[in-house]
Structure formats: C-alpha cells, structure tokens
Write a protein that binds this ligand. Structure first.
Ligand code: ADP
Ligand code: MG
Length: 238
C-alpha cells in the first residue's frame, strides 16, 4: 500500500540555536533556524563558508545538539532521545554522505557498506551490502580497500553504505567537494536516481549552484540564519 508521502515533514526545525563554547567565549553558530522539509522533497543548502551549513546538517542528524529550539526528524522530537536513541533513529532512518567519504581504510568496500548493518545485528548485512554496491555500479570492487579505489569510487561506496538500508532521509555535505567535475556529476546523478527510487527526502549542502538547482528548493544560509528559501508557512485550509 502506498503511504501518503506529503503527510508530514521529514525535517522540522523551530527556533533552533546552536551556541558552542570557544576560547574567545560562546559562539552563536545557528541563530534561530525555522525550516520545514516535506517528505520526498529535495532541498539544497547553500551559503558562504562558515555560515553554519554543516552544523545544520549535524543538528538534523542528531550528531550535534540544538542549544535551543526544537528539531523533529521523521516525526521524532530529537530532544526526547538520549544518545542511544539518537543512534538508533539515525541507523534506521538517516543516510549521511560526507565530502571526505569517511570510509574505514582497513576494511574492504563490502565490509564498509555492511558495517552499519552489522552494528544493528542485521543477519543479511552482507547480502544487502552486496546489492547496494551493485546499485552504485561497484560489484567488481567488493574486495578492494578504499586506498585502491578512485575518489569517485570511494564516494560511491560511501553512498552505498549510506543508502543500503533505504533510509527515509539522505543528508549530504558537499558530496562532490573532493571530486572533479565529471566524476562529481556522475556521483550526483547516482544519488538523485537512488533518492527517486526510494522516494527519500534529500538535504544537500553544496556550493555548486548548478547542483543546487537540481533540487526543488534552495535554502540560503548566512551567518547562522536562513536568508532565503526557509520555513514554508502552512496556509490554513479554507
Ligand atoms: P559551513 O559548513 O557553512 O562552512 P560550519 O557549520 O562548519 O559552516 O561552521 C559554522 C561556524 O561555526 C564557523 O565559523 C565555524 O568555525 C564554527 N564552528 C563549527 N564547529 C565548531 C565548534 N565545534 N566549536 C566552535 N566553533 C565551531
Ligand atoms: Mg561545511
């Protein structure tokens, strides 16, 4: 049975602040973020270096706590979860792709992809990992180590790892930032294809305006605030 996809937002931030201590005193990194992303949408987050894009992603992933405000992800208020609860929510619902791949260098491609599922004691971790690697066109690289793979191949392994469990939410932080133009474009084609296949929600941080335009919506950050494309106020049904 088809689930109504647009029923509730995949991401909802209300008045989110992140203030971190530094030697020079407290630094306000996110300063009142309101953002609602409906399930199934693709949103690009753009803005100058240091504007808070990565911090925003970390808050949505539950890897960084909001100092103030409310963060709701796939229907769960992250403020109600302890660290174990956050890890479980992440494992079940969120796939994250980073600029620098974050693969374990001593593990083969298939071991890297299987690892998060093994943490969840998933019996079929390796068969799911095998099919995820096939989805990114890397069946012939299963037993290669990251150091034996090109940058584009490493990022495809990271995408396979992030998407193997078909998460409802995909978070990507400058996923093409370490790749040349053509390789980056191929990696993004792949990411969008897999997103569409699973009807996942995508939040993509990028400084590439052409890439941003491939998303249905562009949110611009500056100095810890959304300056355009932010919260869509719900219009009351009449
Ligand atoms: P972006 O991804 O847009 O480049 P970030 O979210 O990485 O921005 O960082 C936003 C600001 O917060 C930057 O000025 C950065 O130096 C600062 N910052 C990030 N992490 C920390 C931290 N753990 N402690 C103090 N300041 C931080
Ligand atoms: Mg960043």
């Amino acid at each position: 049975m088809d689930q109504p996809l647009k029923q509730r937002p995949a991401i909802e931030l209300e008045g989110v602040h992140v203030t971190l201590p530094s030697r020079a005193g407290a630094v306000a990194i996110l300063r009142g973020i309101d953002l609602s992303v409906p399930s199934g949408d693709a949103v690009a987050v753009v803005g100058p270096s240091g504007s808070g894009k990565s911090t925003l992603l970390m808050v949505i992933a539950g890897l960084e706590r909001a100092t103030d405000g409310k963060v709701t992800v796939v229907g769960t208020d992250l403020g109600t979860l302890d660290e174990d609860g956050l890890a479980r929510l992440r494992a079940a619902n969120i796939g994250i792709v980073f600029q620098s791949f974050h693969l374990v260098p001593t593990m083969t491609a298939i071991e890297n992809v299987a690892l998060p599922m093994e943490f969840l004691d998933q019996d079929d971790a390796f068969s799911v990992a095998r099919s995820a690697l096939a989805d990114v066109g890397l069946s012939h690289r299963e037993t290669h180590f990251p150091g034996q793979l090109s940058g584009g191949e490493q990022q495809r392994v990271a995408i396979a790892r992030a998407l193997a469990t078909k998460p409802a939410l995909i978070l990507a932080d400058e996923p093409t930032g370490n790749l040349d133009l053509a390789t980056g474009a191929a990696v993004m084609d792949l990411l969008f294809t897999l997103k569409e296949r699973t009807a996942a929600t995508l939040l993509l941080i990028t400084h590439d305006s052409n890439l941003a335009k491939r998303c249905g919506r562009i949110v611009s950050l500056a100095d810890g605030r959304i300056v355009s494309g932010g919260a869509k106020r719900r219009v009351a049904a009449s």
